[in-house]
Design a protein around this ligand. Structure first.
Ligand SMILES: [Zn+2]
Length: 313
């Protein structure tokens, strides 16, 4: 059974035809930058669906969006960076293509894909944590996404890990996101640069014209004391949030994605002791929970949307 997964992002709308083995057979993409209306984006999605279904029968189509969706109603409730407000996307795509689509939050779609076809394939349960501009993720238990009563569950980035801590975009203080996102790492690095103007971190940032997560880790790898202090503190906070998630869900796998997770094994090794020393019943958890990185990359959002739609058939 072939399925289509669409991933709507601020820069592009990507679609993929997914085969029986959950791998991508064919891709189609449309640019999505600048101010675009919901109608324009729906028209692009319809184009992608027509292009990908031209040569084969498609049984399920899923669309992943960056925000709140009501899949039961087929409505995109709200998306912070692209312009959907209470938009009947299922109705519009049915008119344009004759196909019925399912809607899913994009972070949940990526988590679903990593659980069923990626880093946690075959695992009984998985928590996927994305470390990007913010901290997002999803929880999959027994092959099912944890969506909560309203569909808005798994906002992993907004559990408070420091009471009265750094301000978060959500309005609270001390959220996991305010300490473990790439944005948070850069904020900590900027502060360290102010008090360590002679550091390698400062020289690298000056040479690049900016400071990014990559700059901080480059200075860290070169043993710069200022960068090492920043990264150690960052890892401690990241580990606290991950340990909380292990304590709550006790998943078989906890997998990290996003730019920082590209450090792969060295990140996992630096985190393992920090995380499992905080886990309740540590000896048991070390045997049972596997900490790893995700492996589907940008394909995860499309594959997850398609798998979600297939499961809803
Ligand atoms: Zn928050």
């Amino acid at each position: 059974m072939a399925a289509i997964g669409i991933d709507v992002g601020g820069g592009s709308i990507k679609g993929a035809l997914i085969g029986e083995d959950n791998r991508i057979v064919k891709e189609a993409v449309r640019a999505n930058s600048g101010a675009r209306s919901a109608e324009d984006m729906a028209a692009d999605m319809a184009d992608i669906i027509r292009e990908l279904s031209a040569d084969c029968a498609v049984d399920a189509i899923g669309v992943g969006l960056p925000g709140t969706v009501d899949d039961a109603a087929g409505v995109v409730v709200y998306t912070p960076n692209v312009d959907f407000r209470l938009y009947d996307l299922r109705g519009r795509l049915l008119e344009l293509t004759g196909h019925t689509v399912r809607l899913i939050n994009d972070a949940n779609a990526a988590a679903f894909a990593e659980s069923l076809a990626g880093a946690a394939k075959g695992a009984e349960s998985a928590v996927i944590v994305t470390l990007g501009t913010g901290v997002g993720g999803g929880v999959v238990i027994g092959g099912k996404l944890l969506t909560g009563y309203t569909g808005a569950a798994s906002e992993l980035g907004h559990m408070v890990i420091v009471q009265d801590g750094e301000p978060c975009g959500c309005g609270r203080k001390g959220c996991f996101e305010a300490y473990a996102s790439a944005t948070a790492l850069v904020r900590m690095a900027r502060r360290a640069m102010e008090s360590n103007p002679q550091s390698l971190l400062c020289r690298l940032a000056e040479a690049e014209g900016k400071v990014s997560g990559r700059t901080v880790f480059a200075a860290y790898d070169a043993q710069d004391p200022a960068a090492r202090a920043v990264v150690e503190r960052y890892l401690d906070h990241l580990a606290t949030g991950l340990a909380n998630l292990v304590n709550i869900f006790y998943p078989e796998v906890i997998a990290l994605s996003g730019g920082i997770a590209n450090r792969g094994e060295s990140l996992i090794r630096a985190l393992e002791e920090r995380v499992f020393s905080q886990v309740h019943g540590a000896a048991y958890a070390q045997k049972r929970t596997r900490l790893t990185t995700c492996n589907l990359g940008y394909e995860a959002g499309m594959i997850g949307a398609a798998l979600y739609a297939k499961g809803m058939q």
